[in-house]
Design a binder for this molecule. Structure first.
Ligand SMILES: NC(=O)c1ccc[n+]([C@@H]2O[C@H](COP(=O)([O-])OP(=O)(O)OC[C@H]3O[C@@H](n4cnc5c(N)ncnc54)[C@H](O)[C@@H]3O)[C@@H](O)[C@H]2O)c1
Length: 295
């Protein structure tokens, strides 16, 4: 029996990276999927990929910072598939400069924009999903993509770290507030195996690859605590989201799971300032070339 047979799932920020991977994986497990993204065309392309793979999906543009868009996303989900069962609030943006800028140079506008997407975006997506779930009266499942930075600060990512720590708070608050309606709320906190597109401009082609897949894999050089012969991938993180989406976790709520070695975070394979002596940026030289070639 597929693990999400007949479930209706909406995913924010699913035009790329983990959201896209979850759309493909959830659909392969029997879910009907609504993809959404603020970059025009991205969500629609992923929906087409799901359909080409034999699944059911509808894609639409929606910005998690805009309440009317999140209301529209839930309404479109109901219009297309009759109901909603799962809302995965996944959209997120990195720090401007991707780790290279000093905290004391961060503008208030940039701070506010990071919070609007990474923290308020979860509130808005979940608020409108919860209203529909409460009206349906059969419970439901909320998932948030936070980050291992919520557990241990990423150097160079102060507002990002703070917004993701806040997201973990929303997970715990939602579990307390909506548990009485049979709605459970959980998060995953990835670090490794995450999308290289996060470091690329929004016009860049969606690559569907992790940072670690972008260069020849040498686990000793990448210095993750867990060393395996192949690099971590988006699918490794998507399987954690699948567990949270499925009935296998039906009695779990208010938890944030560190996915893909994120809990250790003793060393990260995403190179950051001061880490592994990589100098002034997040990306090692060989990755920087690949990224610049793609953008
Ligand atoms: N890549 C990483 O290094 C990393 C690590 C840990 C956690 N995360 C988190 O994982 C989640 C998914 O990111 P990803 O790694 O797949 O990156 P990604 O850039 O490939 O995908 C994120 C998607 O979110 C979309 N998005 C951004 N702002 C939006 C908004 N306001 N409204 C709607 N969509 C918006 C982007 O257009 C993009 O398609 C994010 O919450 C991110 O913070 C990423």
């Amino acid at each position: 029996m597929p693990r999400l047979q007949g479930k209706v799932v909406a995913i924010t920020g699913s035009g790329s990276g983990l959201g896209r991977e979850c759309a493909l994986l959830f659909a392969s497990e029997g879910a009907k999927v609504i993809t959404s993204d603020y970059v025009h065309g991205r969500a629609e392309r992923v929906a087409a990929e799901v359909v080409a793979a034999g699944g059911e999906a509808y894609g639409m543009q929606a910005d998690v910072r805009v309440e009317a868009d999140m209301e529209r996303l839930v309404q479109a989900t109901v219009d297309h598939f009759g109901r909603i069962d799962i809302m995965h609030a996944n959209a997120g943006v990195p720090e401007p400069g991707f780790g290279a800028n000093a905290f004391h140079e961060l503008s208030l506008d940039d701070w506010n924009n990071i919070f609007a997407t990474n923290l308020t975006g979860i509130f808005l997506a979940w608020k409108h999903a919860a209203r529909q779930l409460i009206a349906q009266g059969e419970g439901g499942t909320l998932i948030a993509t936070t980050s291992a930075s919520s557990l241990n600060a990423y150097p160079g990512f102060p507002a990002y770290t703070a917004s993701k720590a806040g997201a973990n708070g929303v997970v715990r608050a939602a579990a307390i507030e909506w548990g009485r309606y049979g709605i459970r709320a959980n998060g995953l906190a990835p670090t490794h195996g995450m999308s290289i597109n996060f470091a690329l401009p929004q016009e860049a082609a969606v690559l569907g690859l992790s940072y670690e897949q972008m260069a020849p894999w040498d686990p000793d050089k990448r210095a993750m605590p867990l060393r395996l012969g192949t690099p971590p991938t988006l699918l490794d993180n998507a399987y954690v989201a699948l567990f949270l989406a499925s009935d296998e976790s039906r009695y779990m709520s208010g938890q944030v799971l560190a996915s893909v070695d994120g809990g250790n975070f003793a060393r990260t394979s995403i190179i950051m300032p001061g880490d592994l002596g990589a100098g002034d940026g997040v990306l090692p030289d060989e990755l920087r070339d690949v990224v610049e070639g793609a953008s």
